[in-house]
Design a protein. Structure first.
Ligand SMILES: Cc1cc2nc3c(=O)[nH]c(=O)nc-3n(C[C@H](O)[C@H](O)[C@H](O)COP(=O)(O)OP(=O)(O)OC[C@H]3O[C@@H](n4cnc5c(N)ncnc54)[C@H](O)[C@@H]3O)c2cc1C
Length: 409
């Protein structure tokens, strides 16, 4: 990032000055931008890119503050999409077929008209950062943010080196408040994934495994997620939807067992990924104000019932770009809809009966086409389709959850 030099200069200054001079330097460095984006991961980059691509924002000064160099392949993003997509040139693998598997139900289905696509984080960063560096009205600042606040006049972002103010501040810096509340259960989608090369050709490269529940559930919702790249190469991810994380050795032992059962032969692990994504109906919007909006996972843009975030963030950014042209207060941006309610009920049930996730998902796939399920998860179904989908689930559990919510309001 261009501002690595800037960061080094700040560090040199700070090592030579006395602590009481820090305040003066911080004031001197105070800088104002029209827009500040905190965090240059998926949501921050999608927003920055949306802004510099749109002439309506050419007159605005924009800063993007990110603490890392973003030169590692720290994650892969997958999502389903109909037809051609905006990021197709960055897609490294795609699948037309998928498998759902459990003790109750097995299906091998075509995803058409969708494709399941994968973007490697490093390709996304390598494509977007150079574009942002070239934008004349955008400044990239590499620094660790220590605080993000907002007054009724502007938002304020502090780093160790300086304080910045912005008419509009967007923050994707992870927030933890949702963990401290009791109103909504918090599950995590947590996983370890191994990129493996196997001796034996055990993968079907045209067919990804969306969810394989045919594992010991240990009273949780546990499944394997497999993205095959060739008959001998795949990303194999042991995933849980549960409240508590497990030890790394447990995820790894399950992946090893899964590969052994499929007679993979000698296995080499070429890379790994690890994640823990919040799944909660907590209302993240309550932390937004006229000059500060939280975006990405920190803004509640993770689909609460699945943990998918990338595609939803892109859709939110598209709507946000249009909204910003109207010059309204940021907390006027419409965020919530009936799908938040469905997610809330689903998570209430999944948290309470965590060992029944396999059955819930099996019923959903058994009684609906995958296309309807994806449409529903994309929040694009009609009421009629939603009723059909809801009726797949054990009705008693959901009615109970509904009553509990209604009477606790
Ligand atoms: C391993 C992994 C795999 C995932 N796979 C998928 C997937 O396949 N599909 C999907 O839809 N979702 C996936 N997700 C979930 C989600 O899409 C990603 O986490 C996504 O990156 C979220 O975007 P974000 O902008 O909210 O957060 P991030 O992309 O994490 O961006 C936040 C940025 O803020 C920076 N930052 C944090 N703290 C500070 C600070 N104090 N100062 C300055 N900068 C800071 C971070 O370095 C980071 O660059 C995955 C998550 C993980 C962890």
């Amino acid at each position: 990032m261009v501002c690595g030099t800037k960061l080094r200069i700040y560090k040199t200054i700070f090592t030579r000055i006395q602590p009481n001079s820090l305040f003066l330097i911080a004031l001197k460095n105070k800088k104002h931008f029209d827009i500040i984006i905190c965090g240059g991961g998926a949501a921050g980059l999608l927003l920055a890119h949306g802004l510099i691509q749109n002439n309506a924002f050419d007159h605005l000064s924009i800063a993007l503050i990110e603490k890392e160099q973003k030169n590692q392949n720290d994650r892969t993003w997958c999502f389903w999409e109909e037809g051609k997509g905006k990021w197709d040139h960055l897609v490294s693998s795609r699948w037309d077929n998928a498998i759902f598997q459990s003790q109750q139900y097995n299906a091998n289905f075509s995803l058409a008209p969708y494709q399941y696509k994968m973007i490697e984080g490093i390709n996304f960063y390598n494509h977007l950062y150079p574009l942002l560096e070239k934008a004349p009205n955008l400044e990239l600042i590499q620094a660790e943010i220590t605080e993000v606040n907002a007054s009724d006049k502007y938002g304020e972002v502090s780093t160790h080196e300086a304080t910045y103010t912005g008419d509009k501040v967007f923050s994707s810096i992870p927030k933890e408040e949702y963990k401290q509340q009791q109103k909504f259960p918090v599950l995590q989608q947590h996983f370890i994934g191994w990129f493996v090369k196997t001796e034996a050709p055990i993968f079907d490269q045209d067919t990804m495994v969306f969810m394989d529940f045919d594992l010991d559930q240990k009273n949780n919702t546990r499944f394997m997620y497999v993205l095959p790249f060739s008959p001998t190469e795949a990303l194999v991810e042991y995933t849980l939807f549960s409240k508590d994380l497990v030890k790394d050795e447990e995820y790894e032992a399950e992946i090893t067992q899964y590969l052994n059962q499929r007679k993979a032969g000698k296995v080499s692990v070429t890379a790994t990924e690890k994640g823990s994504i919040p799944m909660t109906a907590y209302n993240f919007d309550q932390h937004n104000s006229a000059h500060l909006m939280h975006i990405g996972t920190a803004g509640g843009w993770t689909k609460a019932s699945t943990g998918f975030t990338f595609q939803k963030s892109q859709e939110k950014i598209n709507a946000l770009i249009e909204f910003l042209k109207k010059e309204k207060a940021l907390d006027q941006f419409p965020q919530r809809n009936k799908f938040n309610f469905y997610d809330m009920l689903f998570l209430d049930v999944l948290a309470k009966y965590n060992g029944e996730g396999s059955e819930l998902f099996s019923r959903m796939f058994q009684r609906n086409t995958p296309q309807r399920i994806f449409q529903f998860l994309d929040e694009k179904t009609s009421y009629r389709q939603e009723v059909l989908l809801m009726s797949s689930f054990p009705i008693g559990r959901f009615v109970k959850a509904l009553f509990k919510r209604v009477f606790s309001l």
